[in-house]
Design a binder for this molecule. Sequence first.
Ligand code: HEC
Length: 136
Amino acid sequence: MKRLLLIAVAVLAGFSIMTLLPERETYEPATDLREAMQERMTDMLRIHAALEDGRTPEPKPLTPFAGLPHSEHVDDVSEYQDFFVVFESMYDDIYTAEDPRQQFNMVMSSCIACHQNVCPGPLRSMNRLILPATLP
Ligand code: HEC
């Protein structure tokens, strides 16, 4: 009987420790450019929602575009590699900028600028994300 009680206590303790442990999300990096772009679009929606609510968005793990293999829908992305690198630091600046809304719009405009040349498909959804100008 005593032993049964001990086991019950041990099991209960095990469960409570398990629920106390923070849930760990393991991040799976994107394996190609298309996947990384989709991930980025989702993240832009997340940041947009936060800024609209007056909240400060938190940085999240994302896969950088540079060096990723592209799909058969585009021919050659080698000429964009330098832009991808510059783009990444512009993106990170959203989290540290004095005016994150303005920085967000700058990033969105550069998504749009590249897409006007290379892949006009998502342009409509992108244009919708531009935030109204903020007063100084
Ligand atoms: C320097 C050029 C460049 C920039 C900047 C860029 N993209 Fe792209 N994007 C591409 C290319 C090239 C593809 C096609 C990728 C492929 O099919 O392999 C693409 C594809 C996409 C797709 C379509 C994926 C699919 O479902 O086929 C989305 C959505 C997208 N980009 C969103 C964004 C967003 C949001 C940003 C800015 C945060 C952005 N892109 C910035 C070049 C760019």
